[in-house]
Design a protein around this ligand. Structure first.
Ligand code: ATP
Ligand code: MG
Length: 260
């Protein structure tokens, strides 16, 4: 039931263009079983929105994909290669898998430009000029060019999140993970971040997005994955999910978020 109904951007879904593959993944925190037999394949250029109640394992799923959390059993592969456990290969994996979190996590003592430049120099081994040129182009793409020489604390939350997106993109990631990137933002700043994400989706970026922003899910997602108690309970098109959720848990969840 993981069919992709919509062909987006310049990508043609097929069986051989799986980019992120999770097979039978399990994860415990002590006695708590937080990821249960997770099977999930994300294709190149696909946008997958993950939703579900608090504590259902959405963040843990994201953190497992770039190995901020180790898993207990199962397999995760990115672009055909199993996740490395440590060392230089792990650093390369982290660069391939861009991540934007709920809380703004820019380097506080670096300027905006430095935030978007450092990883390129250290991990991608670019020279300073090349890194800065790319950083400025990305800052323009996310609409914060004029903030380049400021420090993160001098920016609004929405601007900081857009810089965080630029910083992740600077590494030329194969896939971008977003874990509730707008849920700590004041309402007027949510759209400016969602618009950057919409554009990224249209440009063909492969994205996994944990969000309760239903407008974004409906317009940008190829697929919605609904999690509950560590399991993937439903996996379908946004249209199908929002108009015709099958499980009681999804129905219950939707009634709460749509009518609150
Ligand atoms: N480091 C940790 N140690 C122990 N338990 C944890 C840890 N991280 C998460 N958990 C627990 O694992 C479960 C899943 O957490 P997770 O953060 O993945 O949920 P979530 O779906 O992202 O929730 P939310 O919508 O609130 O962000 C929760 O019960 C949580 O309390
Ligand atoms: Mg979470």
């Amino acid at each position: 039931m993981s069919g992709v109904a919509v062909t987006k951007g310049n990508t043609a879904p097929g069986t051989d263009d799986a980019l992120v593959v999770l097979k039978n993944v399990n994860k415990h925190f002590g006695a708590l079983h937080v990821l249960r037999d997770i099977d999930l394949t994300i294709r190149r250029g696909e946008v997958v929105v993950v939703i579900g109640p608090s504590g259902s394992g959405k963040s843990t799923l994201c953190r497992a994909i770039n190995r901020l959390e180790a898993i207990d059993s199962g397999e995760i592969a990115i672009d055909g290669r199993p996740l490395p456990a440590e060392g230089r290969e792990l650093a390369a994996l982290r660069a391939d898998v861009g991540m934007v979190f709920q809380s703004f996590n820019l380097f506080a003592h670096r300027t905006v430009l430095q935030n978007v430049t450092l990883g390129q120099i250290k991990v991608r081994k670019k020279d300073k000029k090349e890194a800065e040129d790319r950083a400025r182009a990305l800052l323009e793409r996310v609409g914060v060019t004029t903030q380049a020489d400021k420090y993160p604390a001098q920016l609004s939350g929405g601007q900081q999140q857009r810089v965080a997106i630029a910083r992740a993109l600077a590494m030329e990631p194969k896939v971008m993970l977003f874990d509730e990137p707008t849920s700590a933002l004041d309402p007027e700043m949510i759209n400016e971040v969602l618009e950057v994400m919409q554009q990224l989706a249209r440009d063909g970026m492969t994205m996994v997005v944990v969000t309760h922003e239903m407008g974004f899910a409906r317009s940008a997602a190829n697929r919605v994955v609904f999690m509950s108690d560590g399991r993937i309970v439903e996996e379908t098109t946004p249209d199908e999910f929002f108009t015709n959720p099958r499980s009681d848990r999804a129905k219950d969840f939707l009634s709460k978020i749509l009518h609150h």
